[in-house]
Ligand binder design. Structure first.
Ligand SMILES: *Cc1c(COP(=O)(O)O)cnc(C)c1O
Length: 459
């Protein structure tokens, strides 16, 4: 399998090269040349595989430039760090199925992809003898999950930008208490979109990117999307019904884009994807009325979804426009200038065949945490609650809905306490975080400040 760019400006590359590059050199995002569709035979035989075995099979469809034994080892090592034997268990709660994606080392779903990506990077670097400086922006969970994926690994350093004061205290502590010499936390005086813009600017400076061997782990990296496809298939098999829906609390469109690919691979057995947003509703406006226009970021109690520019959206446009890379490139250039895209009624109809969408307010999120706890005894984190609320509103008695639980509630104790009047029990990995030594640098929201820091500290 080879990978093309959504903007059509590069010759297709094999998998390993896309992993190290992150973004394509024409500014586009990597996509596989075709989407594999599972056969009836695959569906029968894959249904009983363990999580790592299933991941190995799924990756095998997309990766043909790694020895299978090595790929299997990487997968096995990556999911051994999860504390649940099923890695991402599916539990029935009230009318919904909950796919628990928070049993990794940082208690959020991004571990599923980033434990794998850290091992994969290290493997590729040891093989080539090269060094890599990972640069990324985070609205909270990506940062800690990336840091835990990379800490202490050979030939790699990691620079993670987060918006100063705009990630939850637990998330900030999870990042800044990692003091390994190869980890650099940069707290930026701005929003997540500023952080993301700085990272994009540095990556688009090809000379700088080459000189400092920059790589990405944020949700634009194809290997992350690929790793996330697995749990959609896994959950489909666990529920064991002919058709399901998924409800996905969405920010950067990474997680739900993996769901879109899983839907294509399962040839429609995922009836719809429910795209749930908080008050930062650009994607909901897109699905409801074809209006993809940027507004100010609103800080909410689900901060990992406080995003206006959804970095993986471009990948979906490629499919919506049947692989017309010129059109994608022109649209993204226009979007960069004008901050908006408009879609025709016909396009909106096609989008609505893939997605249902709902924007959930903070009051509704809190009310959902409360009601769900009263009815089922299960504590939702505020991101998960956004997805659950949307799932309940679109409930269809014929089609079971699987709602993605993207974080452990103990990562967001303030929001849970506002809803329930008490904080969730603190699991082992979060105890004593507040008393550990910290490592963090505060920088202004300017490209030059970050550039200088990297020049001084890169491997
Ligand atoms: C990152 C994150 C999301 C949003 O995922 P995207 O891939 O950006 O759409 C939702 N919930 C939590 C807890 C997250 O960390």
């Amino acid at each position: 399998m080879r990978y093309l760019s959504t903007r059509g400006g590069i010759a297709p590359l094999p998998f390993c090269q896309t992993v190290l590059a992150g973004l394509a050199e024409d500014g586009g995002l990597f996509l596989p040349e075709r989407i594999p569709v599972l056969s009836e035979e695959d569906l029968r035989s894959w249904a009983r595989l363990s999580y790592p075995e299933l991941a190995f099979r799924v990756f095998g469809l997309f990766v043909d430039d790694l020895p299978p034994e090595d790929l299997y080892q990487l997968v096995e090592r990556s999911y051994r760090t999860f504390t649940h034997p099923e890695v991402t268990p599916v539990v029935k709660k009230g009318p919904l199925w909950i796919l628990e994606l928070f049993h990794g080392p940082t208690l959020a779903f991004k571990d599923v992809a980033l434990q794998f990506l850290g091992n994969l990077f290290e493997y590729l670097l040891l093989r080539s003898g090269e060094k890599l400086n990972i640069l990324g922006a985070t609205s909270g969970d990506t940062g800690s999950a990336a840091i835990y994926g990379v800490r202490g690994k050979k030939n790699m350093a990691i620079f993670i930008l987060h918006p100063h004061g705009r990630v939850s205290p637990v998330q900030a502590l999870q990042m800044t208490t990692v003091t390994d010499p190869n980890v650099f936390n940069l707290a930026i005086q701005g929003t997540f979109d500023h952080c993301q813009a700085i990272v994009k600017r540095l990556f688009s400076d090809l000379e700088f990117k080459r000189r400092y061997r920059l790589g990405a782990v944020n949700s634009i990296n194809w290997a992350r999307v690929m790793a996330q496809i697995v749990y959609y298939l896994w959950a489909y098999f666990r529920v064991g019904r002919p058709k399901v829906r998924f409800s996905v609390p969405t920010g950067n469109f990474g997680d739900i884009f993996a769901g879109y690919l899983a839907r294509r691979m399962l040839a429609g057995r995922i009836e719809r994807l429910i795209l749930a947003t908080n008050e930062n509703d650009i994607l909901t406006r897109f699905v409801e009325k074809g209006d993809y226009s940027v507004r100010e970021v609103i800080p909410t109690i689900s901060p990992s979804m406080d995003i206006q520019v959804a970095s993986n959206f471009e990948r979906y446009l490629y499919y919506l426009w049947d692989g017309d890379t010129d059109r994608v490139r022109q649209a993204m250039e226009r979007f960069a200038r004008e901050g908006r895209l408009r879609f025709s009624e016909d396009e909106v109809r096609r989008v609505q065949e893939d997605f249902l969408s709902r924007s959930v307010s903070q009051e509704e999120t809190l009310a959902t945490i409360r009601a769900f706890y009263q009815e089922t005894g299960y504590i939702l984190d505020p991101h998960t609650a956004v997805g659950v609320r949307a799932a309940l509103e679109f409930a269809d008695p014929e089609v079971p809905t699987i709602s993605l639980a993207t974080a452990h509630p103990a990562k967001f104790p303030e929001a849970v306490a506002r809803a329930l009047g008490f904080e969730p029990p603190v699991p082992e990995p979060l105890r004593d975080l507040g008393t550990r030594p910290r490592k963090v640098v505060i920088l202004p929201a300017r490209v030059e400040a970050v550039r200088r820091f990297i020049e001084e500290h890169a491997l």
